[in-house]
Design a protein around this ligand. Structure first.
Ligand code: 5GP
Ligand code: ZN
Length: 113
């Protein structure tokens, strides 16, 4: 079965790409929930955070560093932003290829919905 984020990473589907390197890609969420809503996605297919292996630990850290870079590019690093990774249906995960949501540009509320 085709994976949406593998297809975006392989450039088989379009996206508004903000950052890319050998290991990961960051692009605008197509249904933004905040003025800034970026998805940071490893090129390696990992279906949920439950499938992250110890060998992937560096890659997960890399996603956070990319989110920091993009937050800086967007000018929201000092104001603040929220990083979220949903896992499995009750969290709201709909795309089963791990991704870090980077949300900002407005005040975030807590607890989340
Ligand atoms: P999840 O619900 O799995 O945590 O997050 C999936 C995210 O992917 C959602 O925020 C949704 O808006 C976004 N999304 C779904 N389809 C596409 C698409 O085709 N392109 C982009 N850029 N984002 C998508
Ligand atoms: Zn995938």
């Amino acid at each position: 079965m085709k994976c949406l984020f593998c297809e975006i990473a392989e450039k088989k589907l379009p996206a508004r790409i903000l950052f890319e390197d050998v290991h990961a890609i960051a692009f605008e969420d197509v249904y933004p929930q905040a003025p800034v809503h970026v998805l940071v996605v490893p090129k390696k297919h990992i279906s949920t955070s439950l499938e992250i292996n110890p060998d992937d630990n560096w890659l997960v850290g890399h996603l956070f560093q990319i989110a920091n870079t993009v937050a800086g590019q967007k000018g929201i690093a000092e104001r603040g932003f929220r990083l979220v990774m949903n896992t499995n249906p009750e969290s709201g995960q709909t795309v089963f290829h791990i991704h870090l949501h980077m949300l900002g540009g407005r005040v975030m509320h807590w607890p989340p919905g």
